[in-house]
Write a protein that binds this ligand. Sequence first.
Ligand code: DGL
Length: 266
Amino acid sequence: MSAQALSPILLFDSGVGGLTVYDALRAALPDAPIIYAADFAGLPYGTKSEAEVAARVAGLLGRMSERFAPRLACIACNTASTIALGMVREVLEIPIVGTVPAIKPAAGLTRSGAIGLIGTQATVRQAYIDDLEARFANGNRLLRIAAPGLVRCAEAKLRGKPYDTSAIAEAAERLRAMPGGDEIDTLVLACTHFPLLAEELAAAFGPDVALIDGAKGIAARIAELTQGQAMAKDRADRFVITGPIEAAHGLEQALSSRGFGVPELF
Ligand code: DGL
């Protein structure tokens, strides 16, 4: 088996949200060796400043690239992508795939012309979103709010811990209360953690609202960029974390069912 075939795809997020991208990538590329990195020591990114997120993400991805020699890295996090994608692309010499809020597909899907978007505080204030809206919203209205409590819910849910769904109901109410909010028929999940709460979000927004995320599109982009490359696995996928190893407690089931080995400290 050549070293090239074993060179991993690195998926990076602040926490478990990027596992939604991992699931789509695993389905698209069953033989790809994958290392998933969760920056639990830095979680959550959504409440941090742009400078903090950029420094963390660029620094960690630089060190991880040296250690793991990935063929490609994916920032499976909207917050980190909307802030640091350009900077990371400048410093690393491998292809970097980012996570872009699915505004373009949402614009193709809406019938009412009202699209909702929920993300972290840091994501919804980025000019990157203004730019996507200007280029792709196609004249539809984009109503956006930050729903930071949902990251905590998703982290708890995957650990089998109780979580308070009132943050989800509250986000739905807040979006609906905005001018034009009652016409929303398409909701962009602009945080990779949120598809982990798809059932709860569907219940809160009702059956007439379609939920859209970018996971499949990102997996397709990675498949395209690695097309023709040899891929082989000689071990279980690795789940690497920053911070104390206790931060991964409770994730055993979520990780083993996906075929990961035991969590490792970075
Ligand atoms: N999963 C991340 C995202 O897509 C952010 C969660 C956080 O660290 O706040 O935005």
